[in-house]
Design a protein around this ligand. Sequence first.
Ligand code: ADP
Ligand code: MG
Length: 634
Amino acid sequence: MSVETQKETLGFQTEVKQLLHLMIHSLYSNKEIFLRELISNASDAADKLRFEALAKPELLEGGAELKIRLTFDKDAKTVTLEDNGIGLSREEAIAHLGTIAKSGTADFMKNLTGDHKKDSHLIGQFGVGFYSAFIVADKVDVYSRRAGLAASEGVHWSSKGEGDFEVATVEKAERGTRIVLHLKAGEEEFADGWRLRNIVKKYSDHIALPIELLKEFHGEEKDKPAEPEWETVNRASALWTRGRTEVKDEEYQEFYKHVAHDYENPLSWSHNKVEGKLEYTSLLYVPGRAPFDLYQREAPRGLKLYVQRVFIMDQADEFLPLYLRFIKGVVDSNDLSLNVSREILQKDPVIDSMKTALTKRVLDMLEKLAKNEPEQYKTFWKNFGQVLKEGPAEDFANKEKIASLLRFASTAGDDGEQSVALADYLARAKEGQDKIYFLTGETYAQVKNSPHLEVFRKKGIEVLLLTDRIDEWLMSYLSEFDGKSFVDVARGDLDLGKLDSEEDKKAQEEIAKTKEGLVERLKGALGEQVAQVRVSHRLTDSPAILAIGEQDLGLQMRQILEASGQKVPESKPIFEINPAHPLIEKLDAEPDEERFADLSHILFDQAALAAGDSLKDPAAYVQRLNKLLVELSA
Ligand code: ADP
Ligand code: MG
């Protein structure tokens, strides 16, 4: 062993310690994945070297044949994995093997309960990576040298996977990384050629560079070759270059875990080779669950970009719109130049047409998933539905298609699950119904019991119930689906069109006439608080209700704007009364103007409460109500 200089001991970042602890305690039933993770990293390192060498061929130092070599020592109980990829400098080893750079990691780790069973599912949102070596090893030595650095600038990183790690500068002749795992007692089974070969075949067959194992010699001693012979145990060709029918599902799944740095299987994938004016291959995946940083602005997103099989960049986010940012995968182009940069990508018209085509592929894939595997689609919707809802605003051209992928809660169900497609809704629509009715609100419990639904319940018309924060905003971009327009049931002068018979309409007008006097009195009593007072045909059970003006912002949008500190344009509600309700009849008959005013305010405030709004002057409401109660009991 060479001389070690500048030796120092450093502590792991808290999050690394937590992750290590969690991993060791929750992945014991699937230990062998450590090898998949280390091979995945070696493959990434080879990709990075190949890419950097495009501009600096000297980085290859004469050795352009990139590969991974696996050896083991039964007596020493070690497994060693060596690559000749990009390697790590001392600083990089400290940064990459001592911290987790993902933003939001600390917040995420706060979700840990300490109960390993409960916490283990969090791993799935996180990925495991390098630290999984400590599932089987109680000491890990990493010897590395970054391509381009002098042989004297190698680094030796070493840790027992507890609180800290050591780094020292060492001599390393070959560029790249060698990782030595000192197996824990009980894990000696991994120091075995047959076992390693099987694990490689199972998880890493798709890795594009050769993974070599020493050929074991079983003949007579005199026939033993002088030089050790290596044998490639994986298929060693880029998976996406193979034909769809040649790739098994398990291979697609393992490849996904490699490109997505995910620990779990994807829900679905779409593999396509495009020939003609543009030539490229894409392999796109829908992940099985949302990463913890899905809503972080700087979270990694985008595809892995290759040009003619050469890795160019991770997170190329120019190929898909933002609302499909959860999609993972690769795109390999024959048209782009090898020295393409992010700046060029942003301007290249070739990228635009690829983006259009890839977007369509994803939407088609989702459509298929919804049709053929509704249970899987449910999982998809739970994880990514909120993100997909950003679609209609961002992607005008695919609005209808995106709308068909949306799922809503509705009055047809009673559990609030978002499971109704617009097509289902229309299939159940009433005879003569040419609108899609919806109601937005804070919570499912609140909208489910909203007085706005009374007339719909009476007539048996289904209403979509929208309670996600983004819903009102979404609906402002969706004007129609399948030729039927959307109608917010809390907005404007509800017109049920053909769903109201001529007689119904006549009767409504008649009643409205008889209540003209009451409407005028109410306007006087409520004054500035209301935009309008009118007789409602929305209600069966409640005395009164607030409707939103046709052009006004709804409650949700107002609250979002207020929360973000923006000025919200003033808008007043429309106060609608139910002429058949005994309280309204009483009000109409009330001769005392002061009492009339009190009652009117109480009804108005109650309507606001039922709409999920807060009262402007709650104390006044309580006072008026108490006054009435006292009078009642007097
Ligand atoms: P990820 O692969 O998701 O980035 P890992 O925990 O697997 O996370 O690896 C952490 C980092 O360590 C990598 O991003 C890379 O920078 C570095 N690394 C790991 N293994 C190697 C290797 N064999 N060669 C060069 N760098 C490596
Ligand atoms: Mg990794």
